[in-house]
Design a protein around this ligand. Structure first.
Ligand SMILES: Cc1ncc(COP(=O)(O)O)c(C=O)c1O
Length: 374
């Protein structure tokens, strides 16, 4: 009888290999928390917050329960609420707009640029009304939005900036770390993110003492001192067990982001010249962290089905721009309002991307994509 050796399956992300890199630190840390029964706001939360603030080059970080809460509480902490409006790019995960809506503020959507699919800063000013108070640029797919233009538009229209950094842990722009432009920036530590927990988690970074103080009250029932509740808040604390995982993984983040950059460069080479395929571009000045490697292809849905049939787990981020979702139908936007995002939504295809992707796996992805094209 002959033994058939099949190649290991390609996964979209590889959380098992990431865990193997940090297994010992994580297991020792979890054991420490369990032994101490320090489950809520234990010392590991404060230790991770200090480490995350230092990594981002900001004065403060506050852990929260997830990335959506991070954005909502960051907006609330800078004073956004009912009666205000916030500008959000329509080409993002729905949580960017959902966080705004949950503060009670209105959502003003804008299109993206055709090359990088990031917020089109030229559209910010025209989208504002007298009630617009802030803009929420999204550092989509792992690269920073064009923040000089966003900041200029914000200054011209009197807007605050709060960054959606959920996909860009460690990304830099002209040397500045993500989170350097806004009054606050919100991160998600959803497991598949560049820095991911073993469940939900999130954080806000800021340089402002008042903002972090407001945030710490908001995340803990409006309280900074036990059983004193001068304001209403939420229960949105970062779980201590997740803080242990994040602390262990943070030590690897630069190395993993570097591995993602190598994988992206390999895809660039392997896919170069494939007919009709548009490769992802990096905005000048950006150090990309490749949360996602997003190509654009003709007949995307057929191509995606063919990839899946050949064992390549590709995805779409995101199939429906926010203005066309049922959740935001009430905003009154319709098809044709944001043509760049709408055209992109029909073409985008995210290929497997994670720090442990091997050359052999990437070659298989490239072959499968070549075969899947019309
Ligand atoms: C751009 C963006 N913003 C916000 C979020 C929300 O983060 P979470 O899923 O942790 O609530 C995500 C997560 O997927 C995201 O990709």
């Amino acid at each position: 009888m002959t033994t058939v050796h099949s190649a290991p399956a390609i996964t979209f992300v590889d959380l098992a290999s990431q865990h193997a890199d940090v297994e010992h630190e994580v297991e020792a840390g979890l054991r420490r928390v369990i032994d101490a029964c320090a489950f809520i706001n234990g010392p590991d939360v404060a230790a991770f917050e200090s480490a995350w603030a230092a990594y981002c080059g900001r004065s403060h970080a506050a852990g929260v329960a997830n990335g959506t809460d991070a954005l909502e509480l960051a907006l609330r902490a800078v004073g956004v609420g009912a009666g205000d409006e916030v500008v959000v790019p329509t080409n993002s995960f729905i949580a960017s707009a959902e966080a705004v809506a949950r503060t009670g503020a209105g959502v003003r959507l804008v299109d993206c640029d055709p090359d990088f699919l990031l917020i089109d800063a030229d559209r910010i000013t025209e989208s504002c009304t007298s009630r617009t108070r802030a803009v929420l640029p999204v550092h989509l797919y792992g690269q920073i939005a064009p923040m000089e233009s966003v900041a200029a538009a914000a200054a011209a229209s009197g807007l605050m900036v709060v960054e959606d950094a959920a996909q860009a842990h460690g990304a830099r722009r002209y040397g500045l770390c993500v989170g350097s432009w806004g009054r606050a920036a919100g991160f998600s530590f959803y497991p598949g993110k560049n820095l991911g927990a073993y469940g939900d988690g999130g954080a806000v970074v800021t340089d402002e003492d008042e903002v972090v103080t407001a945030l710490k009250a908001l995340r803990d029932h409006g309280s900074l001192k036990r059983y004193e509740h001068p304001t209403l808040g939420f229960n949105s604390r970062l779980d201590t067990l997740q803080a242990v995982v994040l602390g262990a993984k943070l030590a690897r983040l630069n190395e993993w982001n570097e591995a993602r950059r190598r994988a992206a460069a390999r895809y660039d080479e392997l896919l170069d010249g494939l007919p009709g395929v548009r490769l992802p571009a990096t905005l000048a000045g950006n150090e990309h962290v490749w949360h996602l490697y997003v190509v654009r292809v003709p007949e995307r849905d057929r191509c995606l089905a063919a990839l899946h049939a050949s064992g390549v787990p590709a995805g779409i981020h995101y199939p429906t721009p926010i203005h066309l979702t049922g959740a935001f139908a009430g905003l009154g936007y319709g098809r044709g309002d944001f043509p760049v995002a709408e055209a992109a939504a029909d073409e985008i295809l995210s290929l497997p991307m994670h720090p442990h992707l091997t050359i052999a796996q990437q070659e298989r992805v490239a072959e499968a994509l070549a075969a899947a094209l019309p």
